[in-house]
Ligand binder design. Sequence first.
Ligand SMILES: [Zn+2]
Length: 94
Amino acid sequence: MKKFKSDCGYIVYETTPRECIEITNGFGICDMCAKTDKVIYLVPVLNHAFCQKCYDDWNGRAIFYEDDLWFEEFYARIWEDMAKRKKIDLVEIR
Ligand SMILES: [Zn+2]
């Protein structure tokens, strides 16, 4: 999976549906529209998985709040620990 920052500065993980399932124990589908996609974006500050379309929608209007960083860190740590346990490589980009 890949790690990068959204346009406003939040952490985002780009995963395959399979990686998403292993990392979150979820379903590998978008939390907004319930569809799956080739790529699933995990956004720890929201505890949300997005398909490409819903990620693009959110990315275009998200506003960065420093007060939310404790929540982002909470899920980022859980998901990165889970990725490590499942031997999913984490590559930081951008
Ligand atoms: Zn969606």
